[in-house]
Design a protein around this ligand. Structure first.
Ligand SMILES: Nc1nc(C(F)(F)F)ncc1COP(=O)(O)OP(=O)(O)O
Ligand SMILES: [Mg+2]
Length: 220
């Protein structure tokens, strides 16, 4: 499979759902099915935090979620766990600054999608050198999900990157809801990454529909 194009990735990043078992109050497979019904454009399996699954249980859930994505032509990515991503032949991985070095990960995954969390211009230029396909930038707003999140940064970094001519696909993350998603896109992001506003919504499909409306309401 050739490297995904920038344009196709920008479309896939529009409403990028990220989830693991600890983010769900009903079975993760049901959460994912409902999120797909609402119209998510990409999915990332992020099994992390207190009570996260490990070993065979983690692999089994990942496989079930991957099948649901495959049945619905939704790209399936894995956070942090490169070995799991390769074992599943996932469509890509997402790594942060404290995970395996990006240039090493790019060598392991070949042409799969490589997303990298970046928080500064230096991290961004290094990520470009290492072959990143998109940047995750945040936390944009206050988040309860990620215990070790860095300080809330708003949309400043996104705006600075665009002002400096960075054309890399960008997705914002951290406390994003249907009410504030348009702010992230107006700042120059191609899409929004969301965990809780989808996984714990009263109506998961409606939450995705509202997020999508907010994202597409911005004429960039
Ligand atoms: N999983 C993620 N996905 C994104 C994406 F861009 F996809 F929205 N951005 C950020 C993260 C955070 O990943 P995590 O492993 O918790 O933290 P770190 O970045 O410190 O490794
Ligand atoms: Mg990580």
């Amino acid at each position: 499979m050739a490297r995904i194009s920038k344009e196709n990735l920008k479309d896939a990043l529009k409403v990028y759902f990220i989830m693991g078992s600890v983010n769900c109050t009903i079975h993760p497979t049901e959460v994912l099915r409902q999120a797909i019904a609402g119209g998510i454009t990409m999915f990332q399996f992020r099994e992390k935090g207190k009570g996260a699954l490990i070993g065979d249980e983690k692999y089994k859930l990942a496989k079930e979620l991957q099948w649901i994505c495959r049945d619905n032509q939704i790209p399936f990515l894995v956070n942090d766990d490169i070995e799991l991503a390769m074992a599943l032949d996932a469509d890509g991985v997402h790594i942060g600054q404290e995970d395996e070095p990006a240039e090493y990960v790019r060598k392991q995954i070949g042409d799969k999608i490589l997303g990298i969390s970046v928080h500064s211009y230096e991290e961004a230029t290094a990520a470009i050198q290492s072959g990143a396909d998109y940047f995750g930038i945040g936390p944009i707003f206050l988040t309860e999900t990620k215990e070790d999140a860095k300080p809330v940064q708003g949309t400043t970094v996104i705006q600075e990157f665009r002002a400096n001519g960075i054309t890399m696909p960008i997705v914002g993350i951290g406390g994003i809801t249907p009410e504030n998603a348009a702010i992230v896109i107006s700042a120059g992001a191609d899409g929004v990454s969301v965990i809780t506003a989808i996984s714990k919504a009263a109506s998961i499909p409606d939450a995705v529909i509202e997020l999508k409306k907010s994202v597409f309401s911005v004429k960039n």
